[in-house]
Design a protein around this ligand. Structure first.
Ligand code: NAP
Length: 410
């Protein structure tokens, strides 16, 4: 926010590019540059919507993804900025609140332009405080080729007469590109190259955004509800509550870092991570023998290290989990190991930071790092855990030291 104050104080005029940007594409960038040139504004500020009031119930990609794609798309233009004000503002997103918040950061005589799709003009009377909004900034309605302009001109005329508003119009041929077309192309496996910046394309594929959720859905033999029911009878109430909380935290992390199919894996791995933790000693040893779980000398001396390894076998046999990534996330959720998969890291971290944890040293920092960078969070949690183990004179499993060495050198 500090940078924004410094930047905006020097601007006589600013264009605000409001949109969902799901995803941002070259049409948006061309439109923003055309407006900058036509109205000679000092800056175009892209503001990805936070919780759009008009999109309740509709699936919109996670805020941080839309924000980061917008940053990547605009970073090569020194006249473009991206603001988090809508993303960071709690509650539903209304443009009037955004304009007021932005105006407070600018010099008093700043001239503001709000760039948006022409459809918005037809609906503007249903927005919050439309009259005041129209008095605070100019609107620039941009259209794609082939847009029926007659109705638009009629509405612009009406609004102008009624509210003395300034609404401009610009046809932008590059807006033949649309976010919904890009999403559909990805679902159909068609190319999106040259429709959006390469960095945004790479980002979309890295995080598996806009993939067909049904196509990628992981099939489980037991339903997730059945797994929950089984866990409820296998675990103490306290452990069951912790399990549910880890599963939800893992899903939240997966929403930031993973594709839709991996989110479901995170939910299940989180649910099952402690599935063998409450077994009485006799049953635990019997299952270890039956399922051929290798119990090394450290695990023999410190039996609480057995449950993740036994848990992976129980998940396989009792909960019919076949996915190796889920089984490994359960297997290594306590010790960690070098070179963990994204899912393994997510379950390991979720177990440490889930919201039901009583406060302890390093918890808040781990929570902060978890949503910043998974590898940084892994290194931090491993360091804290190893120190904790040593302070209490407990035995450290070599896998944990190997994991720390790995994440220190990454
Ligand atoms: P939308 O429903 O996602 O988009 C409607 C159409 O307009 C789409 O075809 C979209 O194309 C296009 N479009 C949207 N923004 C554009 C832009 N800046 N430049 C060019 N084309 C654009 O609309 P939205 O993105 O959610 O909303 C647009 C802005 O209006 C946002 O800032 C939103 O917060 C604001 N809004 C405010 C209120 C309110 O205050 N009550 C209500 C509605 C909207 P693409 O899909 O290709 O982007």
């Amino acid at each position: 926010m500090r940078d924004e104050i410094t930047n905006f104080q020097t601007c006589k005029s600013i264009a605000i590019m409001g949109g969902t940007f799901d995803p941002i594409h070259n049409g948006h960038l061309v439109a923003a540059e055309a407006v900058r040139h036509r109205f000679q504004v000092d800056k175009v500020v892209f503001i990805p919507t936070g919780r759009p009031a008009h999109k309740e119930g509709k699936q919109v990609t996670h805020n941080e993804h839309r924000y980061l794609m917008t940053v990547l798309a605009t970073m090569r233009n020194e006249n473009f900025d991206v603001s988090r004000i809508e993303i960071d503002r709690p509650g539903k997103t209304y443009t009037i609140d955004t304009i007021e918040q932005l105006k407070a950061l600018c010099r008093s005589d700043v001239r503001l332009y709000f760039i948006t799709g022409a459809d918005a003009i037809h609906q503007i009377m249903s927005w919050k405080e439309p009259e005041r909004l129209l008095s605070l900034c100019d609107f620039v309605a941009v259209t794609r080729p082939g847009y029926q302009k007659n109705k638009l001109f009629e509405d612009i005329g009406e609004l102008r007469d009624k509210f003395a508003s300034r609404i401009h119009y610009m046809e932008v041929p590059a807006l033949a590109i649309s976010s919904s077309d890009i999403r559909n192309r990805i679902r159909r496996g068609e190319p999106i190259k040259y429709l959006l910046p390469q960095e945004v394309e790479d980002y979309i594929y890295k995080f598996g955004l806009y993939q067909d959720e049904e196509q990628n859905e992981v099939k489980f033999v037991l339903s997730i509800d059945t797994m929950r029911e089984k866990l409820q009878s296998a675990l103490s109430l306290k452990r069951y509550i912790h399990t549910m909380s880890v599963s939800q935290e893992a899903m939240r992390l997966a929403e930031v870092y993973c594709s839709a199919s991996e989110r479901q894996k995170a939910e299940v791995a989180g649910l099952l991570h402690d599935c063998a933790k409450d077994y009485p000693e006799g049953l635990r040893d019997r299952f270890c023998r039956e399922y051929k779980v290798p119990v090394d000398s450290i695990m023999q001396k410190q039996p609480d290290l057995i449950h993740p390894f036994l848990g992976a076998e129980v998940a396989k046999r009792e909960y019919q989990i076949q996915d190796e990534d889920i089984l490994n996330a359960i297997r290594y959720h306590t010790t960690g190991r070098a070179g963990m998969s994204k899912l393994e890291k997510i379950v390991f971290i979720a177990d440490y930071i889930e919201p039901g944890r009583e406060p302890f040293r390093g918890l808040e920092e781990a929570r902060r790092l978890a949503y910043l960078d998974l590898d940084m969070a892994m290194k931090y949690i491993l360091e804290e855990t190893i120190q904790y183990v040593k302070e209490r004179g407990r035995l450290l499993h070599p896998l944990s030291q190997e994991a720390l060495d790995y994440y220190k050198n990454k």
